[in-house]
Write a protein of this length. Structure first.
Length: 196
């Protein structure tokens, strides 16, 4: 993340997203596929690491193997197979977008970090080494089990998250950069999907 100043001198926290041009690898229509969609390919991949089925798929679009394939339904811009779509063709400054990413994985975490529990906060009544414990997790001999969905320690992060209505502060088309207001899910260098 970084920050820029607007015309009023106010600092705005924003995330820099590199959006290199995408190639149209497939165009789906309601006649052939039952719905309208456009499949875009991003990044580059070696041919030896690509399956023969995908090599044939990319050959139809006359494109090199791509690292990521993402499908967008009801694409507004008319496109043809093999077209290159850059950042300036779709987005403008001031647009609001949804950004989808995978959150940072944090491994096995306790209830304080995972669910925001407070522990016992140095309470008295003989509490000892219970500052970050979950406390009671069930009743007695009835129901004699722990209910599903009980908030406990466990694997945290690594989830698909959509952040909605983020404003595009600035677009730098010559460097394929987009500055989005606020934070988005994922670590530095991770892939994100941007929807208008």
């Amino acid at each position: 993340m970084t920050s820029i100043y607007n015309d009023n001198g106010k600092s705005i926290a924003c995330t820099v997203v590199e959006a290199n041009p995408n190639i149209v690898t497939q165009v789906k229509t309601s006649e052939t596929d039952g719905y309208n969609a456009v499949q875009l390919g991003f990044g580059s991949k070696k041919e030896k690491n690509t399956s023969k089925a995908l090599l044939g798929h990319f050959a139809k679009a006359n494109a090199q193997p791509k690292q990521k394939l993402v499908e967008f339904r009801d694409f507004d811009i008319p496109v043809n197979l093999g077209n290159e779509i850059s950042i300036g063709d779709i987005f403008e400054e001031g647009d609001f977008v949804n950004v989808i990413g995978i959150t940072k994985g944090k491994g096995f975490q306790g209830v304080v970090k995972r669910h925001g529990f407070r522990g016992v906060n140095d309470a008295t009544h003989g509490q000892h080494n219970r500052l970050r414990s979950p406390g009671s997790i069930g009743a007695a001999s009835y129901p004699a089990r722990v209910f599903k969905g009980m908030r406990m320690g466990g694997r945290t992060g690594g989830n698909r998250v959509k952040t909605r209505n983020l404003e595009i502060i600035k677009i730098i088309p010559e460097r394929n950069l987009m500055l989005v207001k606020g934070a988005i899910a994922g670590h530095k260098g991770s892939f994100v999907i941007i929807e208008k």
